[in-house]
Design a protein around this ligand. Structure first.
Ligand code: NI
Length: 173
């Protein structure tokens, strides 16, 4: 397994609509393992392939935060939302591609998603609360949408300027 470097916003690769995964190959399996390791290392609760520069439709997540509860790593390939609740939920979201910036985003509280697993089989399940927010945030990434795209223009531009500054500082370091 290899830790992958995470792209920082603004980056054109984070704004692309990703291509469906055509087959669950060993390479996709290795990518998913790398992404999980990179996510846990960050640490974060979700990571989408475009964040490591791979423009394909898959993401990983694990929203178990309690150290006493077993980790629940999930890999969702070609995920689609099949149902969303009317009820919404507001969470303070962050993103590994937008470090140290947080803002409230309102999304459906519960969603059903269908996807391909690493076993190559179809799966469908319902996600609620933090899991639902995380799954929708990661699915957004596959369509070139970041959580700051759900905010007002002023706030989005302010965060983007901070990230441009961070990238300049990192480039100099
Ligand atoms: Ni993100």
């Amino acid at each position: 397994m290899t830790l992958r470097s995470i792209l920082i916003h603004p980056d054109p690769r984070l704004k692309k609509v990703c291509e469906p995964v055509s087959a669950v190959t060993p390479e996709i399996g290795a990518l998913a393992e790398d992404m999980l390791q990179t996510m846990y290392d960050a640490p974060g609760i979700g990571l989408a392939a475009p964040q490591v520069g791979v423009l394909q439709r898959l993401f990983v997540m694990d929203c178990v935060k309690d150290d006493d509860v077993a980790a629940r790593p999930m890999v969702l390939i070609n995920p689609e939302i099949t149902w969303t609740s009317e009820e919404t939920n507001t969470y303070e979201e962050g993103c590994l591609s937008i470090p140290d910036q947080y803002a409230e985003v309102t999304r459906p509280k519960t969603v059903r998603m269908a996807w391909l697993g690493l076993d190559g089989k179809s799966h469908e399940d319902e996600f609620d609360a933090l899991w639902a927010t995380c799954a929708q945030h990661e699915l957004d990434h596959l369509n070139g949408t970041l959580f700051i795209d759900h905010l007002g223009r002023m706030k989005r531009q302010m965060i983007t300027r901070r990230m441009e500054k961070l990238k300049r500082e990192r480039a100099r370091a």
